[in-house]
Design a protein around this ligand. Structure first.
Ligand code: GRF
Length: 195
């Protein structure tokens, strides 16, 4: 199965997804494109080092979200992905995109959804006095961070945690969770994966 990965930054989740696929000849997925909306995203160089085709689509070049999404659809159609993984992709996607690919788009979000949709998830969990945080992989729908859950992993919040120390601990789990969920998704295994 052809897997496209969308990034905006360092792409650490993209790297772990790609390495899991490239390192296992029996893996059902193969990375066919890494696309970023940010031209100097660090993940683009990492993708090139892994031999994966890359593309940049600068959202600032489009007047509306819908125009960007239409261009994104065109670029993706050339790559003809079976599955699209959002991995640190920091754009809100409109129905123009979601309707074109619905059911085939995954996202990783750094909270235990449905808690803390949106941004600054770790600061909010600490602020709320939660004793655990984590990450979630879900199917992408029109709602922000709102689709059916496919997997979750949790970590304890420590008394001396800052948003940064917690983010680091959660990111380790993200790198375990996303590759495992993608494998399950590609083999059609149902149910929620809990690490
Ligand atoms: C991670 O916290 C991820 O949960 C969020 O974007 C952040 C950076 O991810 N979606 P990456 O290193 O660019 O994959």
């Amino acid at each position: 199965k052809r897997v496209a990965i969308l990034i905006s930054g360092g792409g650490s989740n993209m790297v772990t997804l790609a390495q899991d696929m490239l390192g296992d000849p029996m893996h059902p997925g193969a990375p066919v494109l890494v696309l970023s909306n940010i031209a100097d995203a660090g993940g683009l160089a990492k993708a090139r080092d892994l031999g994966i085709p890359t593309a940049v689509l600068d959202h600032k070049a489009y007047d509306t979200r819908e125009d960007f999404d239409a261009a994104l659809n065109d670029t993706l159609r050339h790559a003809a992905p079976d599955v699209i993984c959002l991995a640190g992709f920091m754009r809100i996607l409109t129905p123009v995109f979601v309707d074109a690919w619905e059911g085939r788009v995954l996202n990783i979000h750094p909270s235990l959804l449905p808690k803390y949709k949106g941004l600054n998830t770790h600061a909010r969990a600490i602020e709320a006095g939660d004793n655990e945080a984590g990450c979630s992989v879900h199917k992408v729908t029109a709602g922000l961070d709102d689709g059916p859950l496919l997997g979750q992993a949790s970590v304890p919040i420590r008394a001396d945690d800052t948003p940064d120390s917690l983010a680091k601990r959660v990111l380790v789990q993200e790198h375990q969770l996303y590759p495992a969920v993608l494998r399950h998704f590609l083999t059609g295994e149902p149910g929620l994966l809990r690490l």
